[in-house]
Design a protein around this ligand. Structure first.
Ligand SMILES: Nc1nc2c(ncn2[C@@H]2O[C@H](COP(=O)(O)OP(=O)(O)OP(=O)(O)O)[C@@H](O)[C@H]2O)c(=O)[nH]1
Length: 887
């Protein structure tokens, strides 16, 4: 030691270094050489470095030619980059024996390690924040996809592998599935994966029920959409738990090992204070989770979690609170408590504190020693996601027990790397032999740990580290051993092995958490983004193809629709024209025909026999009936004509319809002509006043008078004129007759008088007046008597005509007849129209649906295009995060 001090003093440096080189031929009994760049002389045990000296450790990994160099600051018992030694010619090397192992330390590598740790830390934070953001983005994408799926079911490529289908639907495969079902009821065995699915995360396992036939084709869009929604909500849940995981800054270290191997002592040594009870006898039977007290408002206490409760710090019902000193008893109470949450204060600076190191909160979990009871629980515990590291404490005196071996090989396959702490190394006499044997045992149990033994396998004495005894000073402490259990007064030499273990532990947790915490998130995100991109592209392609197909369909449908509309207009027009022509024809015919009949009704004798005045009332009735019937007949004839016209028009309309719609398109209807004009026929007959009076038989008329008297009028016109005058006069009454015919009568009388002057007086005064009087009385009576039947006919005809005129009979009936024609023709027209409309409607609804679908497709296309771009960009970003590249 004096040599080293001398070296140190010669260089004027306070730095010392221990060189640990397992390959060195000049190794001590530990097989590790002592090297000193500045002095070839080994340091002696009697020359310990001064308390103020710092040292640099150079440690080589097993099987590695390159020694690993870590700077060691003795005073702080930490590894730090601030000390400069190796690589620097001015640096000095301190030689010393520590726990039988010669170690050499280089500050150069230490600086590198520290700088690297800082870069790792920065990179970790950067990656964590980036991943956090990426998880948020992914959640947003998935959320948007869910909404899209609700609006329009996502097109999901259900793998339709004909070969696979055939295999799955084959009898053998059905039997195989049924057998599998009967053997294993797990959900995964009940469903069959479509191996050619393009997805990893978004892969949906469709249950294949042997009895349900082709499950793929049986899935309708809605069912598929429900599956997808469920899958997406699963993804969202997973993203949320990933987020929790990477946002969780704490790391858990599970300390386990054989019974009595010193697990509690090791935890205490890490804390540099005796928190957990240590005993020769197995004592810890409850898991103890040690957490920095700042998570409990700085209060040191124990929360004993009752069996069956899930610990929640803010829920006092889940635990009972105790003092730290109660732990001595609590650790035995496995029947009451499932977990002891121990809050301890660690006031050491972050560089020394493991629990609160300023970067990540570390929780230590002291597990019960492995035995039959605890083995399974501990194994399950170690598999928890939150466990970032498993430290297995093995008693150097006992080596690995059977349960220890089993646990290590199982935990190693789970976590890949585990820390092995070979404790109680202070009590080992033949340390090198012990080391070799332990390494031999470890190699098959955890090859990875063995390969990286320098970092993961540590031979230490927790007791010495705790008590501050010299590394090789034995259980009772060396000559420079400090007071028991007092971290404030460590051994001046410190405990490089233990400190190295601590540094490696901390380095692993801090640096490797990128792998343990971030890598699962990155891997999941990469897969998810790749799936989302694939799904978006598939849908983009689908909607593009769909759009093209719809466009070509629309190109066909649109002209068909246009021509259907135009044809409908044309057909409609021609049918309307046909209807109007038919109605007009019926109207014209009816009007002319009825008018002609009405006009002609009084012209010819009605042929009603006049059987004398005794029968005059029958005569009157018959005459009136004859006139009315004649007119009604004309109406009926017009209606018949209209029926015929309607029948031919119906055929015309149906012909037009058939031409456009096709033979079978019109409903089979039967035209019943009799149904036309079946109502309101006798209306007119009922309206005519059929009563008559005596006056109806008196209708003086020159023509008839002359006819009755056998007088022939000069001409028809004169006859008519005179007749009219005569008629007028008659209407004015007898006085008028006298006024008009008076002169004639007077001249006749005068003529008679002049003739009478030649006649004897007796003749002129008696016979002549009497004769004349007789004639003038008898003649009208005779006339009226003879003319009465015809007078009645004339009067009835005139009366009826007058009434008809008043009613605008011809027009009203013609309109009625034409209206009925129109009405009846509207039926076939309607049939044609319905046929036409259905064609237009089908084209129109097809067109409208296509246009609507195209619009929806457009927005879906935009969505997926946008999604694909964003997802790809995000995927590329996440892929570029280098989580494990910083070493
Ligand atoms: N010599 C020596 N003894 C130690 C060391 N570490 C622990 N011991 C002793 O070993 C005994 C058991 O230590 P514990 O820490 O209780 O062991 P444990 O593994 O926690 O025990 P259980 O949890 O009960 O299985 C105690 O008497 C300790 O003092 C060490 O490094 N060297």
């Amino acid at each position: 030691m004096s040599d080293n001090l001398g070296d140190s003093k010669r260089t004027g440096s306070s730095k010392k270094s221990f060189t640990q080189d397992k390959n060195d031929e000049s190794a001590t009994d530990s097989g590790i050489s002592r090297s000193n760049p500045s002095s070839s002389q080994p340091p002696s045990q009697s020359d310990p470095p001064s308390p103020s000296d710092d040292v640099t450790l150079v440690g080589g990994s097993v099987g590695s030619d390159t020694p690993k160099v870590v700077h060691y600051q003795q005073q702080q018992s930490t590894f730090d980059e601030s000390t400069l030694v190796n690589g620097d010619t001015s640096s000095q090397t301190y030689r010393g024996i520590h726990g039988g192992i010669t170690t050499a330390f280089s500050s150069h590598d230490s600086r590198q390690a520290a700088a690297q740790a800082r870069v790792s830390q920065l990179q970790y934070n950067h990656n964590r924040v980036a991943l956090d953001r990426s998880i948020n983005n992914a959640s947003q994408f998935v959320h948007e996809l869910r909404l899209e799926n609700k609006a329009r079911p996502v097109h999901y490529p259900v793998a339709e592998d004909p070969e696979l289908d055939a295999k799955l639907n084959s009898r053998d495969s059905r039997i195989a599935i049924m057998r599998q079902k009967s053997v294993s009821p797990s959900p995964s065995s009940e469903s069959s994966n479509f191996s050619n699915s393009p997805f990893q995360i978004l892969k949906i396992n469709f249950r294949l029920d042997p009895g349900s036939g082709d499950v793929v084709n049986n899935l309708d869009k809605t069912a598929l959409s429900t599956f997808i929604d469920e899958k997406l909500s699963q993804v969202l849940r997973h993203l949320s738990s990933l987020k929790d995981r990477i946002d969780d800054t704490s790391s858990k270290v599970l300390v386990t090992g054989d019974l009595n191997s010193g697990k509690s002592a090791f935890c205490n040594a890490l804390l540099r204070r005796t928190v957990l009870p240590e005993d020769q006898e197995p004592c810890t039977s409850v898991f103890c989770e040690i957490i920095d007290s700042h998570e409990n408002d700085g209060v040191e206490e124990v929360h004993a979690v009752l069996i069956g409760s899930k610990y929640r710090h803010d829920d006092h019902r889940t635990y009972k609170t105790f003092q730290l000193s109660d732990l001595d008893e609590l650790v035995y109470e496995a029947k009451t408590y499932s977990l002891l949450v121990v809050y301890v204060k660690d006031n050491r600076p972050p560089a020394q504190s493991l629990l609160r190191n300023g970067v990540i909160d570390i929780r230590l979990i002291d597990a019960p020693g492995l035995n039959l009871d605890s083995y399974h629980t501990t194994q399950l515990y170690s598999r928890q996601e939150e466990i970032d590291l498993v430290v297995f404490v093995v008693n150097a005196e006992n080596h690995f027990t059977l349960s220890g071996r089993e646990f290590i090989s199982s935990a190693a396959s789970d976590k890949n790397l585990i820390f092995i702490v070979v404790n109680k190394f202070d009590g080992i006499k033949h340390k090198d032999r012990c080391r070799t044997r332990i390494m031999q045992q470890l190699q098959p149990l955890s090859p990875e740990t063995y390969k990286n033994a320098d970092e993961f396998v540590h031979f230490v004495s927790s007791r010495n580290a705790m008590n501050g005894n010299s590394p090789d000073g034995g259980p009772d402490g060396g000559p420079d051993g400090g007071p028991d259990g007092n971290s404030d007064n460590p051994h001046p030499l410190g405990h490089p092995d233990f400190d190295r273990l601590e540094a490696a532990l901390r380095g692993f947790i801090l640096e490797k958490r990128s792998v343990s915490k971030l890598l699962p998130a990155k891997t999941y995100l990469c897969k998810l983004y790749s799936d989302l991109a694939a799904l978006a592209e598939i849908n983009e392609r689908f909607y593009k193809e769909d759009r093209a197909a719809m466009q070509s369909e629309l190109d066909e449908v649109s002209p068909r629709y246009e021509s259907a509309v135009q044809a409908s207009v044309r057909v409609n027009e021609s049918i309307m024209k046909l209807i109007e022509e038919s109605a007009q024809l019926a109207y014209d015919y009816s009007r002319n025909h009825i008018r002609a009949v009405i006009n002609g009704v009084g012209q010819a004798p009605l042929g009603v026999p006049f059987k004398g005045y005794s029968d005059i009332s029958d005569f009157a009735r018959l005459t009136q009936e004859r006139v009315i019937n004649r007119i009604l007949d004309s109406v009926s004839e017009s209606e018949d004509y209209a029926r015929q016209a309607t029948a031919s028009s119906i055929e015309g309309i149906r012909h037009v319809g058939r031409e456009y719609l096709g033979e079978e398109s019109l409903p089979a209807t039967k035209f019943v002509p009799e149904a036309m004009y079946s109502r309101k026929r006798d209306l007119f007959q009922r309206q005519i006043d059929t009563t008559f009076s005596f006056g109806d038989f008196i209708d003086p008329n020159l023509e008839s008078f002359c006819e009755v008297c056998g007088i022939t009028l000069p001409s028809a016109s004169t006859n008519a004129m005179v007749g009219a005058v005569f008629s007028k006069l008659w209407k004015t009454g007898l006085s008028g007759l006298v006024v008009i015919y008076g002169p004639q009568l007077l001249s006749a009388v005068t003529g008679i008088q002049s003739v009478a002057s030649f006649l004897p007086d007796a003749v002129t005064t008696r016979v002549l007046p009497v004769t004349l009087l007789g004639v003038s009385v008898a003649l009208p009576i005779y006339y009226f008597y003879k003319d009465a039947p015809r007078a009645y006919q004339r009067k009835v005809v005139r009366k009826i005509k007058r009434e008809l005129e008043n009613e605008d009979y011809q027009n009203v009936n013609s309109l009625r007849i034409a209206k009925e024609v129109r009405k009846v023709l509207n039926y076939p027209a309607n049939d044609v129209s319905i046929g036409m409309n259905s064609i237009i409607e089908s084209q129109s609804s097809k067109r409208a649906k296509l246009i609507g679908d195209m619009k929806k497709g457009e927005s879906a296309l935009r969505f997926y295009k946008d999604l694909a771009e964003r997802v790809k960009a995000q995927g590329g970003l996440v892929d570029s995060y280098d989580l494990i590249g910083v070493d």
